[in-house]
Design a protein around this ligand. Structure first.
Ligand code: CO
Ligand code: ZN
Length: 326
């Protein structure tokens, strides 16, 4: 059964890249009774371990979310910003954003000249105040904000923000809570700063030095009208990544994931993503190299305020993580 309450909480938690404190505390609270050992490394990665004498397996889901960082505040209450993670200017226009302190703004654009394309530099955040003191006291260069979206669910799917990668965090939390009997030494990593270049995973992979690493993250789909050509769809099951811009999945790992899915009647599909990467990127090239792969959750509208995934795909991903741990 899908735990809507947990997913809503994770999705709504304010934690853009480099500001993962809140989500780290929330996940810590959720898993503390289930792990043998929990550490937070110097960069902020949350690492939960289930000890064993066997193979060292690292699972990684990133805790951070995309957002905006304020680059300039003018006294009229118009804030300029830059992206934290991959965001498209035309998808930002008209959106409501929320800051850590709960204050909000709406994204507006300057008047565009003939044929001028919309760039982030032509956008500004209107924080709905003409009170100079209020603006000065509450908004500062370096502040970050994230989408303000209401979590929504149907019988089979979810629309929310930061499904990338709070759904991956959700899957690792559920897998840890249902940790199987095994000799393997399992590390559940909730990494920081994936959206700005998988920075947390780089140090976590180095420290843990695993025998096998599996990232759990969202991927795009090819099932929308006139969308990208891609062989992944909502409801098609856990996506086993074969390649993206950061990794070509080790053939042994592809085989392991495929055989594990087959043996356990887990619904799966293969994925090739022609853009983007995941935590598996830096982990698989750390030290002498780590055979690595990715279990992906098919997700529509990636990096927008309304990402959509299918709950049964999530269940298959949880089953696959647990089966691989054994
Ligand atoms: Co992302
Ligand atoms: Zn992601």
């Amino acid at each position: 059964m899908f735990n809507s309450e947990l997913m809503k909480k994770l999705s709504d938690c304010f934690s853009p890249s480099g500001r993962e404190k809140k989500i780290c505390e929330m996940i810590m609270d959720e898993i503390k009774d289930f792990a043998d050992e929990i550490t937070i490394d110097p960069l902020g990665n949350l690492i939960a371990r289930k000890k064993g004498a066997g193979k060292k397996i690292l699972f990684s889901a990133h805790m951070d979310q995309i957002g905006l960082i304020i680059t300039h505040v003018d006294k009229k209450g118009f804030l300029r910003f830059a992206n934290v993670g991959g965001l498209n200017a035309k998808e930002l226009l008209g959106l409501r954003m929320v800051f850590l302190n709960g204050l909000e703004g709406v994204i507006c654009q300057e008047e565009l000249k003939d044929k001028e394309t919309l760039l982030t530099s032509k956008l500004f955040l209107d924080v709905a105040s003409t009170d100079e003191e209020f603006i000065r006291n509450n908004f500062h260069i370096g502040d970050m904000c994230v989408f303000k979206t209401e979590y929504y669910e149907t019988e089979d799917c979810v629309i929310c923000k930061a499904a990338d990668d709070r759904i991956g965090c959700y899957i690792l939390i559920e897998a840890l809570k249902n940790h199987p009997k095994t000799d393997n030494d399992i590390y559940y990593v909730f990494s920081v700063q994936e959206e700005v270049g998988c920075r947390g995973a780089k140090t976590a992979g180095y420290t843990i030095e695993p025998d096998l690493a599996i990232a759990v993250d969202v991927t795009a789909t090819g099932d929308t009208p006139d969308g990208i050509k891609m062989d992944v769809k909502l409801g098609g099951g856990a996506a086993i990544k074969l390649m993206d811009k950061s990794i070509i999945t080790h053939t042994d790992v592809k085989e392991l994931l495929t055989n594990t899915a087959e043996k356990n009647n887990i619904k799966y599909q293969y994925e090739i993503l022609e853009f983007g990467g995941t935590d598996a990127g830096p982990i698989h090239t750390s030290r002498e190299g780590v055979p690595s792969g990715v279990i992906s959750i098919p997700t529509r509208n990636l990096h927008t305020s309304g990402e959509i995934f299918n709950k049964s795909d999530v269940e298959e991903c949880i089953k696959l993580v647990i089966a691989v741990s054994k």
